[in-house]
Design a protein around this ligand. Sequence first.
Ligand code: FMN
Length: 200
Amino acid sequence: MKVLGIAGSPRRGGNTDLLLAEFLKGAVNKGAEVKSISLNSLKMTPCQHCDACFKEGKCRIQDDMQKIYDELEQSDIIVLASPVQFLGPTATLKAMIDRCQCLWARKYILKIPPLNPERKRKVFFISVSGTRIKCMFEPSITIVKAWCHVLNIEYAGDLLIQGIDEKGAILGHPDALQKAYESGQNFVGAGLKPDPTKSG
Ligand SMILES: Cc1cc2nc3c(=O)[nH]c(=O)nc-3n(C[C@H](O)[C@H](O)[C@H](O)COP(=O)(O)O)c2cc1C
């Protein structure tokens, strides 16, 4: 079971980073192989809407996004972590999502699977917002769900925490880190095939 964590916050060691780290620790505890990528450290040009991907379903821009296409292919669980920024995901996470236009082209123009369909992928979404304003996560959830739909990935759960603003404030939350850890454990645990030698 391979788990890919994608950190969308520009603030390293910030609230969503801490929650993502806990999720990954929980996943490791259940035997998963985990990897984490911080989008802010990558060189990624926004989608140029050149439509070059309509020919072969591949993005012609040779930058760090090419690594992410490979990682998406090779992952069973993808954890997206992004704070709310101006009601949506961070610009870097949105840029990554937009660069999946070539996977959209595979599905809707070329009529081929966006990713290898032998792997049944799942997404878990982690987000925090500084305010407690109702519906603050809705734009991000809608965007992430649309991305999952295009890539044929199941949106399988989320952890959404409000009223967390200062760097590290999540450490003072009563149960968010514990919930992130347990989500990592549960996600991996649910995907593990039962051992036939132990059935009975
Ligand atoms: C540019 C920017 C925009 C933000 N927009 C919102 C917002 O629309 N609603 C909100 O509740 N919090 C907003 N926040 C607050 C962040 O969601 C909050 O500080 C969060 O804890 C940051 O998480 P991080 O440490 O993982 O980056 C914004 C913060 C920044 C820097």
